[in-house]
Design a protein around this ligand. Structure first.
Ligand SMILES: C[S@@+](CC[C@H](N)C(=O)[O-])C[C@H]1O[C@@H](n2cnc3c(N)ncnc32)[C@H](O)[C@@H]1O
Length: 194
């Protein structure tokens, strides 16, 4: 049986069409929560004709952190601490297999990253850390670096199994009024920097 993708194909196509809208905006592309790199290689494929854009990938490569109270839901029993553990080498091999340029891979917990781990300007960000604290931290890291017209796509915004993602986004928008326009596309929140 084929392996289950973390972002299903129908959503990936929608995600890539959001990425395409930002290709003329200056800045790099980041993915917070890359796991085995299945979505990363698709992002990289779209960047083939944008050689000035780098792809930055972040993950603990230790799997999911512990949940906090904001993540509790009757439906969320599947997601446990340590699940979704991958290796940077798995990601690197995937890029080699498809002859894609090497991404910048940083192994670490999002809340332990420092400024120098991130590009100075971002045109597109995919946040796929599943849990409240992970999404909250990644929003705080990418937001000051977003260029006007740039897009932050947050996976699981509307996923009853992962309620922390939506909570973190709604709180962020309340704290940054008028900075972003929100669209909801499938289960994703699409925030366009104004
Ligand atoms: C759903 S998977 C990502 C799937 C990937 N975007 C894809 O489409 O294939 C979530 C990933 O986020 C990582 N993650 C979640 N919270 C994290 C945190 N606070 N710091 C670092 N990594 C985190 C996990 O290790 C896991 O690999």
């Amino acid at each position: 049986m084929p392996k289950e993708l973390q972002i299903p194909n129908r959503e990936t196509e929608l995600l890539l069409s959001e990425l395409r809208k930002t290709l003329e905006i200056s800045g790099d592309v980041v993915e917070f929560g890359c796991y085995e790199g299945d979505t990363s290689i698709l992002l990289a494929g779209e960047l083939r004709d944008s050689p000035d854009k780098w792809l930055y990938l972040y993950d603990s490569f230790e799997g999911l952190p512990a949940k906090t109270a904001e993540d509790n839901s009757a439906d969320g029993w599947r997601f446990k601490e340590g699940e979704l553990k991958a290796s940077p080498d798995t990601v690197r091999h995937k890029f080699k297999k498809y002859a894609l340029p090497d991404p910048v891979i940083t192994k670490g917990w999002f809340n332990e990253l420092s400024d120098s781990d991130l590009p100075s300007q971002i045109s597109f960000a995919l946040l796929d850390g599943d849990f409240y604290e992970s999404i909250k931290t990644s929003l705080a890291l990418v937001s000051p670096r977003m260029n006007a017209g740039g897009i932050i796509a947050i996976h699981d915004y509307r996923n009853a199994e992962l309620p922390g993602s939506g909570k973190a986004v709604n709180e962020f928008l309340a704290e940054h009024p008028d900075e972003y326009a929100l669209r909801i596309v499938a289960s994703m929140a699409i925030l366009e920097k104004q």
